[in-house]
Design a protein around this ligand. Structure first.
Ligand code: ADP
Ligand code: MG
Length: 296
């Protein structure tokens, strides 16, 4: 072997060792560095470029009416992005496109830098790590809080094999962790039907979290909640930021204010495209925004 080839071999080996170290080094979904130098499995999203979701020129028409009109939007890995806009702006339709419920007429939608969402079915999109919370909570009312989380865990296709098995220690830990996150530790054995509206919403968010989604889409999550529940929900989302990417559609401006902490970007949708983007204070002072939305 020539010295050159030996060097090349050492270099390849070193790169391999480095990748292995990163891979076993518990990067989870966290942070922008997640994905760097990792060996990706086929079909696994690639977040190495720091982008969690990329929408480009998406158009959706219903009988000629454009619910989305050349919508472009980028959400970074670990980012918490609030989306506001008047009724009919296209916010829910945007989530329908991301989750495969609605197929756009034109445009691109990528999860990470490699996964083309427009080629996947709704269940496939859920399985690769995009979780969606609808407005109305859909928990199993006769079951306990704990059982609801257990069901969510077992509904995950990746752990389907263990459906009839007892929970592993790791799974018990995960349920305990989520119970603490959603403030329902003391209610674990309570029937879900007996929870308050806000608690049911948290339980449903907990059920989504059991599947450890990389991207969470939350459509008007605090509608119908008390002020205190709304504040706690903001705290919950802030604690998820970084580990997950979150897209939150909401009308409640004090909630948006709490989530953005005076420093995060807010996107304003209007007539199916982005009207403005910036700090909440900036978009609230934007004349175009005031005209279509906030001034009403
Ligand atoms: N399935 C559908 N068929 C026809 N029109 C629809 C459909 N879904 C949404 N729309 C229309 O598209 C526009 C955007 O709706 P939507 O995305 O629900 O807005 P938002 O969530 O911002 O209030 C609205 O004018 C709505 O009436
Ligand atoms: Mg909506």
């Amino acid at each position: 072997m020539t010295p050159d080839l030996m060097d090349a071999g050492t270099e390849i080996r070193r790169a391999y060792e480095e990748r292995r170290a990163t891979q076993t080094g518990k990067t989870e979904s966290g942070g922008r560095s997640a994905g760097y130098g990792r060996l990706l499995k086929v079909g696994e999203p690639d977040f190495a470029h720091g982008v969690a979701l990329y929408l480009d020129d998406i158009t959706v028409s219903f009988d000629g009416f454009k619910a989305l009109n050349n919508l472009s939007l980028t959400i970074n890995v670990g980012e918490l992005r609030c989306i506001i806009g008047p009724n009919g702006a296209g916010k829910t339709t945007m989530m329908d496109c991301i989750t495969g419920k609605t197929r756009p007429d034109a445009g691109k939608a990528f999860f990470g830098s490699t996964i083309d969402l427009l080629r996947l079915s709704e269940p496939e999109i859920a399985q690769i790590g995009i979780g969606r919370k609808f407005q109305k909570p859909t928990v199993y009312e006769p079951l306990s809080v704990f059982e609801n989380l257990e069901l969510a865990l077992k509904a995950d296709r990746r752990v389907r094999a263990s459906l009839f098995h007892r929970l592993s220690g790791e799974q018990m830990d995960r349920i305990a962790e989520v119970l603490a996150l959603i403030h329902l530790k003391d209610d674990a054995q309570r029937e879900a039907g007996l929870l308050s509206h806000g608690q049911k919403q948290w339980l449903e968010i907990g059920m989504l979290l059991m599947q450890d989604p990389k991207l969470l889409l939350l459509d008007e999550p605090v509608a119908g909640m008390t002020d205190e529940e709304t504040e706690r929900t903001a705290e919950l989302f802030l604690s998820l930021e970084g580990k997950h990417s979150l897209v939150v559609v909401e009308h409640d401006m004090s909630f948006v204010d709490q989530l953005t902490e005076g420093r995060k970007t807010v996107t304003v949708l209007h007539e199916g495209s982005v009207l403005a983007e910036g700090l909440l204070s900036e978009v609230q002072a934007n004349e175009k925004v005031v005209e279509v939305y906030l001034g009403r």
